[in-house]
Every structure is written in structure tokens, then in C-alpha cells.
Design a protein around this ligand. Structure first.
Ligand SMILES: Nc1ncnc2c1ncn2[C@@H]1O[C@H](COP(=O)(O)OP(=O)(O)OP(=O)(O)O)[C@@H](O)[C@H]1O
Ligand SMILES: [Mg+2]
Length: 249
């Protein structure tokens, strides 16, 4: 589904990603962990098409198609979804209107008609219930005055509505209370199927108790230095990252 080959990237002449190789197959959940500043958010931004980074080498494929040259919207239309570590506010645009527009733009780009209003309403109802969202919340301006946890939950709502092929969740767990964490994780689990894949970036093993990864990768200093199963997250929680550094030298 998603294939990354030898990805090198920099920003203002500072090398951040130094040869990332990653393959995520349909139906899989991958987690990336790693110290602050390792390049995790940079990697997710680059997959989504953020143009602030200079990609000097490497390729990104989605279902076998090279997407490295595509604009962020085009990638989104092809099924790449990124939840941000720091979501933006859009005053005057409601949660509902934002998602309606996003869905219809995506349908248009894929040669489909707009979604009929009743179908859209039904979908919104279904997905907001899945995520146990308050009705009133849906008419508020996007992210304006949202608490940290509300922003995160709204992102998962957007993901639920858009049904991406690959969903990248960058620290979706940070700032969520215990109930919200469970709700969000359940939402992700319910949305997962054999035709999509999830990449979760997290600092804590806790989220991975709910969203159980098939693979855990450790990203350090711009490289994936270790890959393991779900147990690796437990080991990291217990031992930190230093032992990996020592293993490498
Ligand atoms: N626009 C930018 N300008 C300058 N430096 C940047 C920029 N974007 C990223 N960096 C640097 O690249 C490195 C990797 O940042 P990144 O946000 O990818 O780390 P991260 O692994 O997501 O860390 P965290 O766990 O703290 O979220 C950091 O040293 C950061 O300061
Ligand atoms: Mg980050």
C-alpha cells in the first residue's frame, strides 16, 4: 500500500531524514516511536506532501504509484490522510462544512458526483456516534477554541468520514483523557480493514495497547534503526532509547 524507499530530506540545509525505508501493506498497523526531534513528524509531513521540506533522494509509492511529485491535495484525494500534531484553526468554517467540502472535493477529483445531502447527513451521524461526539460540537468553527482532546477527536472524525487508504496519526494520543483515548482508539480499530492501513506515531506504549501494531519501528536521528513487533513498544517503555544507541555502535 505505502512504500518508502531511501528517503532523504532536509530543511534549510539541515539533514533530517537520512535514508528511510518502510513498507506498509494493506491491513497492517505500523507504529513509529523515537526520541524528540528524530524526524517522525517530518516523515509524516513529507508522506502527506508538505512542501517545506527538500526531498533530496528517495521515492514514495501508494499502491505502486509514485506520489512524491504530487501536491498535498492530490495525495489526499488518492487516500493519504494525516492527522497533525498541532491542528490548525479555521474560524467561520464549521466541523460539518469542512468535512462536507473535503469529501466532495475528493469525490470530484475521483470523477464522482457530490454526495447527496441525505447520504452525507447519515454518514455524519453514523461516524460522530461511533466517536461519541456531541451533536453541538459539529456546528462549531473548526478547531476554534477546541480543547486539545477535542481537536484530536475531531481529526479522527475527519478520518472516519474520509475513509483513507493510509491514515497517519501523529501523536493523536497526546492530550487525550483516558476515556477519549479509548474512544479514539476504538474508532480507529473499527475503521481498520483489509483494504487500508494505519501508521501511528506515538511516544507512549499506552495507545498501542488499544491499537495493536503489527510492527513497531524506532526512528532515531533520521533513520529507522530497529523494527520489531508490538513487544518492542513495551521494551522501549521500560528501557528508553539509549540501549538501542549502544546496540548500534
Ligand atoms: N521547518 C523547520 N525548520 C527547521 N528545523 C526543522 C523544521 N522542521 C523540522 N525541523 C527539525 O527537524 C528535526 C526533526 O523534527 P520532527 O518534528 O520531525 O521531530 P519528531 O521526531 O516529530 O519529534 P517530536 O517527538 O518532538 O514530535 C528537529 O530537529 C526539528 O527542529
Ligand atoms: Mg513530532
Amino acid at each position: 500500500m505505502l512504500q518508502i524507499k531511501n528517503l532523504h530530506a532536509s530543511v534549510e540545509d539541515k539533514d533530517i531524514l537520512k535514508g528511510i525505508n518502510l513498507e506498509i501493506k494493506a491491513g497492517e498497523v505500523h507504529a513509529i516511536m523515537g526520541p524528540n526531534g528524530a524526524g517522525k513528524s517530518t516523515l509524516s509531513s513529507i508522506i502527506a506532501g508538505n512542501e517545506n521540506y527538500e526531498v533530496s533522494q528517495g521515492e514514495i509509492f501508494l499502491d505502486g504509484e509514485e506520489i512524491s511529485e504530487l501536491a498535498p491535495e492530490e495525495r489526499a484525494h488518492k487516500g493519504v490522510f494525516l492527522s497533525f500534531q498541532y491542528p490548525v484553526e479555521i474560524p467561520g468554517v464549521s466541523v460539518t462544512n469542512f468535512i462536507k467540502t473535503a469529501i466532495n472535493e475528493s469525490r470530484k477529483a475521483n470523477g464522482k458526483e457530490e454526495m447527496p445531502a441525505n447520504e452525507m447527513l447519515k454518514l455524519i451521524r453514523e461516524k460522530s456516534e461511533l466517536l461519541e461526539m456531541d451533536r453541538k460540537f459539529l456546528s462549531r468553527s473548526l478547531n476554534e477554541g477546541f480543547s486539545g482532546g477535542e481537536k484530536k477527536r475531531n481529526e479522527i472524525f475527519q478520518m472516519a468520514m474520509l475513509e483513507p487508504k493510509i491514515a497517519i496519526l501523529d501523536e493523536t494520543d497526546s492530550g487525550l483523557d483516558i476515556d477519549a483515548l479509548r474512544i479514539v482508539a476504538n474508532g480507529v480499530n473499527k475503521l481498520k480493514n483489509e483494504n487500508n492501513a494505519v501508521l501511528v506515531i506515538t511516544h507512549y506504549q499506552r495507545l498501542l495497547e488499544y491499537i495493536v501494531p503489527d510492527y513497531v519501528h524506532v526512528l532515531m536521528d533520521g533513520k529507522i534503526v530497529k523494527t520489531g513487533g508490538a513487544d518492542l513498544a513495551l521494551e522501549l517503555e521500560e528501557k528508553g532509547y539509549d540501549w538501542i544507541k549502544n546496540e548500534l555502535v
